[in-house]
Design a protein around this ligand. Structure first.
Ligand code: CFM
Length: 590
């Protein structure tokens, strides 16, 4: 808490974690309670994904594996990770979904990656939703002709600089070759057109889609324009998607310091910016999960180094700014950064003090995505709140345990399904940004490149870490920990609130935000204060406080007689049912 106070602040323990006002349950006991309901096979798998934390030696967690059928997961699909998360925010290219209309419809403006037209880039296609609207006949006879026609039609209407085509599940199942359709269309129309094999089932979650998207953006866009921006101190902000305007806050604070953003990948970004992002001198990676591939590939091919940063929370923002200053090593820049931090903190400190007076000692739990469940713990820490449980939906072990475990991660069949593209140094354009001596000097001064320690090292000992949490585990968590707020998404927001616990959506921000940098941090502190301290929660009797109803699940969760009976029927059926060997010859007609 160095930026917030020079002496160890009141209400924090010796390791700097807020001390909760209410007595907290034993994490191991809760873990057992969560696991005991599962059949042995399921339990064996969930045991690896549900741990109590040890920041000194993070335990090995089961992550990036298939969700067990029957468990209600929060995860999304590979198509969502590719089309929706990583590439969708590029606002001046056309995004065409090749597939049934539903896949396209549900990727239409559902993620709040905002963009605004600029004087030199007035085009914004994000409001449009384009699809080939595959019908049964296309599934039977193939959809390639329909896709080619859709590309021509879209081009004639909008005349974009580029078109990206995304494959949905049926496209992979019937074997439409989107890449050759795109290649032909590119030759015919003379603009950049490329496709993605990002079928929903391709990986175990949206994480596979991030990887596929990184590969495609790198192959088809990065490096097409070698003209660097004129400004000094050029960086790219990687893994920032401008949800609720987050990227604009980061841009503004960087600009104040005199740091120029060539490209933000991919929040409010234009095609032009992506094509020249390899000319920047540093990549700062915010969401490690979704974009670490791009950072690695840009370093190998063009020599742009990458560092991990975080603009979520006041202290983290200051730390990231100082790290950028140290990297460039320019005294004027370093001084300017200190001035900006001082100015911003002068405004923020009274807000923190005010909010803290009502929130110190309260607790939070968060289950979201592959990065925010870690980063947002800092914002809560700033206002005296302890994170008692956290987990990602689809992150990999390195996002929990740190990048040092990368060599020991087992590459399973599902991961092997995703292409790893071979990248080597560009013959003419590879340019190391620092000499080996400069790199050594920076490292000697405590500077670290390509580092990410993961969530566990920054989370308090014995707190619960849960990967790909199920609704049952969420219910047990509420009953046992009774956190003052839970951060999650729309899939469980109202389940949580029916238990009388406020739920802040950390994906969409519940129409709020921005929450990054200093102004964003103030927004978040005030929002959490408002949500926790609103009187409405006192008018509600949470389910876990109601007497158990013998007939319904109310008050008894999965242990209710009705649920127990259902389980017995299902497991009885499973035991009785055995796969039958076919005794008849397969039908000649198929
Ligand atoms: Fe990265 Fe994201 Fe996240 Fe993510 Fe997402 Fe998202 Fe997220 Mo929702 S890229 S991993 S795939 S920070 S859409 S902007 S909020 S799950 S924690």
């Amino acid at each position: 808490m160095s930026d917030l106070s020079s002496t160890p602040p009141e209400g924090y323990d010796s390791e700097g974690f807020p001390v909760p006002t209410a007595t907290q349950p034993d994490g191991e006991v809760v873990r057992d309670e969560m696991l005991k309901i599962y059949p042995p096979k399921t339990r064996k798998k969930r045991e690896k994904q549900l741990l109590t934390n040890n920041p000194e030696t993070p335990p090995e967690i089961g992550a990036n594996t298939r969700t067990i059928p029957g468990i209600i997961t929060q995860r999304g699909c590979t198509y969502a990770g590719c089309r929706g998360v990583v590439i969708g925010p590029i606002h001046d290219i056309l995004h065409i979904t090749h597939g049934p209309v539903g896949c396209s419809y549900y990727s239409w403006l559902t993620r709040r990656n905002l963009a605004r037209p600029k004087p030199d880039q007035p085009i914004n296609f994000l409001q449009y939703c384009m699809t080939t609207d595959m019908q049964e006949e296309d599934i039977v006879f193939g959809g390639e002709k329909k896709l080619a026609a859709a590309i021509r039609e879209a081009y004639a209407m909008f005349k974009p600089k580029a078109i990206a085509v995304y494959s949905t599940c049926p496209v992979g199942l019937i074997g439409d070759d989107v890449h050759s359709v795109c290649k032909k269309a590119k030759e015919e129309l003379g603009i950049n057109i490329f496709g993605f094999s990002c079928e929903g089932y391709k990986g175990v979650s949206q994480s596979a889609g991030h990887h596929i998207a990184n590969n495609g953006v790198f192959k088809h866009m990065v490096g097409l324009n070698d003209e660097p921006d004129k400004e000094k101190f050029r960086i790219n902000v990687l893994g920032e998607y401008n949800i609720g305007g987050d990227a604009w806050e980061i841009d503004a604070v960087l600009k104040k310091c005199g740091i120029h953003v060539t490209a933000t990948l991919s929040g409010d970004i234009s095609y032009e910016q992506i094509t020249k992002c390899h000319t920047a001198d540093l990549n700062i990676v915010l969401c490690h999960r979704s974009i670490n591939y791009m950072a690695e590939m840009m370093e190998t091919k063009f020599g742009v180094p990458w560092i991990k940063g975080n603009f979520t929370g006041a202290e983290q923002t200051s730390k990231s700014l100082r790290k950028i200053g140290k990297y460039f090593g320019d005294q004027q820049l370093i001084d300017r950064i200190e001035e900006v931090i001082a100015q911003e903190m002068a405004v923020l400190k009274p807000v923190i003090a005010d909010v803290k007076s009502r929130l110190q000692g309260k607790t939070a739990a968060m289950f979201v995505g592959g990065s925010r469940a870690h980063h947002y713990q800092h914002l809560f820490k700033d206002i005296g709140m302890l994170t008692v449980a956290a987990g990602y939906e689809f992150a990999h072990r390195d996002d929990y345990e740190g990048r040092k475990v990368l060599p020991s991660i087992k590459v399973d069949a599902d991961s092997r399904n995703i292409e790893e593209i071979e990248v080597s140094a560009d013959a003419t354009r590879f340019k190391p940004r620092k000499t080996p001596e400069q790199v050594e000097a920076l490292k000697a001064g405590g500077f670290s490149f390509k580092d990410y320690d993961g969530m566990m090292v920054e989370m308090k000992k014995s707190m619960l870490v849960i990967d790909d949490i199920s609704h049952h585990e969420m219910e047990k968590l509420i009953e046992t920990y009774k956190p003052d707020i839970i951060c999650s998404g729309i899939k469980d927001k109202f389940v949580i609130e029916k238990y009388g616990v406020p739920c802040k959506q950390l994906h969409s921000y519940d129409y709020g935000g921005p929450y990054t940098a200093y102004t964003g941090a103030a927004n978040f502190y005030k929002e959490i204060d408002r949500m926790i301290n609103t009187k409405v929660w006192r008018l509600l009797t949470p389910l876990w406080k109601k007497p158990a109803d013998a007939e319904t699940a109310v008050g008894k969760g999965l242990d209710s007689p009705r649920n127990k009976a259902t389980r017995e029927i299902v497991s009885g059926m499973a035991k009785a049912w055995k796969p039958q060997k076919s005794t008849t010859a397969p039908d000649a007609e198929g």
